[in-house]
Ligand binder design. Structure first.
Ligand code: PEP
Length: 255
């Protein structure tokens, strides 16, 4: 398995000046602490190249990988406003978020489209970070496990079991994203255990290989307890990742 991963999803935030300041702070913090953690940053796609160059100038390219927040399933064509995995790779992305709940909600991405995008990521040579998780209504109705299993199953049926070994999975309960509500460590640990078991039923090797990240209002003051759960291998962090010092503080909880 990859070293523990701490991923930062910037969503639709950032600017060139933001990146210059962020990389300066991150550089100082990472060099001070030599953390055994792999960072992945997901900026808006238009900033990938600028961020890649800024990280390179500070010798941070080996500590920090880059990812895109979305891709189009085709490699090119008449799809105005879209970007393909191949283009994102060309701009410096190594990873891509697939099926983030904000895309499932605002861009009406279905499990079927998510599976196509997962496959497109692999075709482009990108590592997919598959986001799965239930809504509040689904949790309250007792169907969280069923929803998460169906989200995973649709990728496996479309792409095959081995495809999962190429990336990572983030369990992100939708009700915890950007809300300040966090799953309790026990609740998150239980869902991660379920996902690990789902993988194990397909292949024991796969279950050991695939990093499982928790996402949903992770902060430095709740990360230690979350990361202490056996099946949580890292975090996908939204809001708190916009402050480099906070992201590093979260990574310290994993180290
Ligand atoms: C996310 O965007 O994936 C996320 C987990 O956001 P936040 O940390 O702000 O809840």
């Amino acid at each position: 398995m990859d070293r523990g991963i701490v991923a930062g999803n910037w969503k639709m935030h950032g600017s060139r000046q933001f990146i210059v300041d962020y990389v300066d702070t991150l550089g100082a913090a990472v060099q001070d602490q030599s953390l055994p953690v792999g960072f992945v940053l997901f900026p808006p796609a238009g900033y990938l190249e600028f961020l890649a160059r800024s990280l390179d100038e500070r010798d941070l390219s080996s500590a920090v990988s880059l990812g895109a927040q979305n891709l189009h399933p085709e490699s090119e064509g008449a799809y105005t406003g879209e970007m393909s995995g191949e283009m994102l790779k060309d701009l410096g992305a190594l990873w891509v978020l697939i099926g983030h709940s904000e895309r499932r909600e605002y861009a009406a991405e279905t499990n079927e489209l998510v599976a196509e995008k997962f496959s497109a990521a692999l075709r482009a040579g990108l590592k997919p970070l598959l986001c799965i998780g239930e809504t509040e209504v689904e949790r309250e109705s007792g169907s969280a496990a069923e929803i998460v299993t169906a989200q995973l199953d649709s990728v496996v049926s479309y792409c095959g079991t081995d495809a999962l070994s190429q990336g990572a999975i983030a369990y992100e309960p939708v009700w915890a994203i950007g809300t300040g509500k966090t799953a309790t460590p026990a609740m998150a640990g239980e869902m991660h255990g379920l996902i690990r078991d789902e993988l194990r039923q397909r292949s024991a090797e796969l279950a050991e290989q695939v990093p499982l990240l928790y996402g949903g209002s992770v902060k430095s003051d709740n990360a230690t307890a979350l990361f202490a759960e056996t099946d949580i291998d890292g975090g996908l962090v939204g809001g708190a990742s916009l402050t480099a010092v906070d992201l590093v503080a979260i990574a310290r909880c994993l180290a």
